[in-house]
Design a protein around this ligand. Structure first.
Ligand code: PLP
Length: 460
C-alpha cells in the first residue's frame, strides 16, 4: 500500500536509502516504521506489536528496553562523551572492557583491537593477517580462504569473503586475487546421498587441504569462518567439521579466524560458537551482542603471538598504521561493559541453556510442514529451509520468493523474521526470550507457513 502523504513512511521513501532493499520496490511499498520497543517486542508507528524474532539483525540480545544500558550510556555521556585512543591515550571503559573480553575469550586470545562494526573488524583482521606475515618475512603468504555462502560484511575486503551473490552484484566484486572459497558446510544441501555428517566433514577437510596444496601453503595465510553461518542461511556445521578443518590449517601454518559477530555472547548456548564447536582461533571478531546492539562497537581479539609480532613490526616501522576515529568510543565501550555485566549478573547463558531445548523442539516440529525441507539450529538460532519437494529437496524457483512470502506473512501475524539466501527463514530472537514467548513466536510462524501454502507452487 502506498504511504499516506506526509506520513513518516512517505518521508522515509523521499529521503532514506535502505540497505539490501530493491529501492524501487521500497518506493512502492514503504517501510514498517518501528517506533518503540519493550522486551522482545517492538511497536510500529500505528501501535501494532511485533515479536522481534531476529533481535533486529541478530544483535539485540537483551531486547529493546534494557534500562541499565540506558543508564550506563547516560553516565558515560555525562562523564566523558568522547576521547580517542590513538597515540598513547586511553579511557577507563576501554581498559575495563578489554580486560573483561580477554577474561571471557576462548582459547589463547589476549589482546583486543576495537572498531565500530563487523565489517570493520573483518577488514582489520584481513589487514592484520597481511601485516603479520610481512613482519614474519613471508610476504607471499597472503591468500585468505572463506566459504561459499559466508557473510562477513560489505566493505571491500570483507566483501571478498562474503560469498553471496546479492552482496556483489553491480559492485565489481571480487576485484582482488587474494581470496578463495571452499564448499559450504551444509550437510542438507551439499552432502551426498548416504554420506554421514562425519564423512561430509572429512570430504570438506580434504577439499581444503587440496586447495591449500594447489595454491602452495607458503601463499595461504588464513581461513575465516563463522562457527554457525548466519546470514548465508543458518548453517550448522556437520559433526567433526572444525576438528578436521583445524588439523588441516595447523599442518599448513594457516591462521584460523573465527567470525563470532553473530555467534558470540551466548547465541549457540555457550559464550562463544568457538566453544560449542571446539575451535581454537588465532583471531576472533565480535560485535552485535557485544553491546546488545544499543551502540555500535566491535572487537578483534588475537593471540599473544600475533600481538607480539605486530608490536615488533610497529617498532620497526615506527607505527601500527591503522585506526578509526570512533575505535573504543567511550560511550559504546561503557554500554558494552554493562552488557557483559548483565550477561553475567542475570545468568543469560544459563537462561539460554534453559530455554533453548524448547526453541529447538518447536523449530524441529515445523519440519513436518509441507513447505519445510529442513529445520536446523543450535541454542537460540534457527533456520527453516523451504523446498518445493521434500523427497528430492528441489528448491522453489527464485522468482517464487518462498522465504520472502513466509516472512511477509509473519509480519501480518506480528512476527519479524528475515528471509535468507537458499530460501531459508532465519530465526534468532533476543536472548532474554521466555518459553511462553518462544511458543508465541512459533505459533505465529506456523500460521505464516500455512498462509504461504498455495501461494508458492509445490511439486505435484
Ligand atoms: C558473521 C558476520 N560477520 C560480519 C558481519 C558484518 O557486520 P556489520 O554489518 O556490523 O558490518 C555480519 C553482519 O551481519 C555477520 O553476520
Amino acid at each position: 500500500m502506498p504511504a499516506a502523504p506526509n506520513s513518516l513512511a512517505a518521508r522515509d521513501v523521499a529521503y532514506v536509502l535502505h540497505p539490501y532493499t530493491n529501492l524501487r520496490q521500497h518506493e512502492r511499498q514503504g517501510p514498517v516504521v518501528v517506533a518503540r520497543g519493550e522486551g522482545v517486542w517492538v511497536y510500529d508507528d500505528d501501535g501494532k506489536r511485533y515479536l522481534e524474532g531476529l533481535a533486529g539483525l541478530w544483535c539485540a540480545g537483551l531486547g529493546f528496553s534494557e534500562r541499565r544500558l540506558v543508564e550506563a550510556a547516560k553516565r558515560q555521556m555525562e562523564t566523558l562523551p568522547y576521547s580517542q585512543i590513538f597515540a598513547h591515550r586511553s579511557t577507563p571503559p576501554v581498559i575495563e572492557l578489554s580486560e573483561r573480553l580477554v577474561a571471557l575469550a576462548p582459547g589463547e586470545l589476549r589482546h583486543v583491537l576495537f572498531c565500530n562494526g563487523g565489517s570493520e573488524a573483518i577488514d582489520s583482521a584481513i589487514k592484520i593477517v597481511w601485516y603479520y606475515n610481512n613482519a614474519k618475512g613471508r610476504p607471499e603468504k597472503k591468500k585468505i580462504i572463506g566459504r561459499k555462502r559466508a557473510y562477513h560484511g560489505v566493505s571491500i575486503a570483507a566483501g571478498h569473503l562474503t560469498a553471496l551473490e546479492y552482496t556483489r552484484g553491480g559492485f565489481d566484486l571480487p576485484m582482488l586475487d587474494r581470496f578463495r572459497s571452499v564448499t559450504t558446510p551444509s550437510h542438507y544441501r551439499d552432502g551426498r546421498p548416504d554420506e554421514s555428517e562425519e564423512q561430509f566433514a572429512t570430504r570438506l577437510a580434504e577439499e581444503l587441504d587440496a586447495l591449500i596444496r594447489a595454491e602452495g601453503p607458503e601463499t595461504v595465510a588464513a581461513f575465516f569462518a563463522e562457527p554457525v553461518m548466519g546470514a548465508g542461511g543458518v548453517i550448522v556445521p556437520p559433526r567433526t567439521y572444525f576438528e578436521k578443518i583445524q588439523a588441516v590449517l595447523r599442518a599448513h601454518g594457516v591462521l584460523m579466524v573465527a567470525d563470532e559477530v553473530i555467534n558470540g555472547f551466548g547465541r549457540t548456548g555457550a559464550m562463544w560458537g568457538s566453544e560449542t564447536y571446539g575451535i581454537r582461533p588465532d583471531m576472533l571478531t565480535c560485535a552485535k551482542q557485544l553491546s546488545s546492539a544499543y551502540l555500535p562497537i566491535a572487537a578483534l581479539m588475537m593471540t599473544d603471538e600475533i600481538y607480539q609480532t605486530l608490536a615488533d613490526q610497529s617498532e620497526k616501522l615506527n607505527t601500527f598504521g591503522m585506526g578509526v576515529t570512533y575505535a573504543g568510543h567511550p560511550v559504546a565501550a561503557a554500554v558494552a561493559l554493562e552488557t557483559l555485566r548483565i550477561y553475567e549478573s542475570d545468568h543469560i547463558l544459563e537462561h539460554v541453556q534453559a530455554v533453548a531445548p524448547r526453541f529447538q523442539q518447536r523449530l524441529k516440529r515445523l519440519e513436518r510442514h509441507p513447505l519445510v525441507g529442513e529445520a536446523r539450529g543450535v541454542g537460540l538460532i534457527g533456520g527453516l529451509e523451504l523446498v518445493a519437494d521434500k523427497a528430492s529437496r528441489a528448491q522453489h524457483p527464485p522468482e517464487a520468493k518462498a522465504a520472502a512470502h513466509v516472512v511477509a506473512n509473519c509480519l501480518k501475524h506480528g512476527l519479524m523474521l528475515r528471509p535468507l539466501p537458499g530460501d531459508v527463514v532465519g530465526i534468532c530472537p533476543p536472548l532474554i526470550i521466555t518459553e511462553a514467548e518462544i511458543d508465541e513466536l512459533f505459533d505465529r510462524l506456523a500460521l505464516a507457513l500455512d498462509d504461504t501454502l498455495g501461494v508458492v507452487p509445490m511439486a505435484a
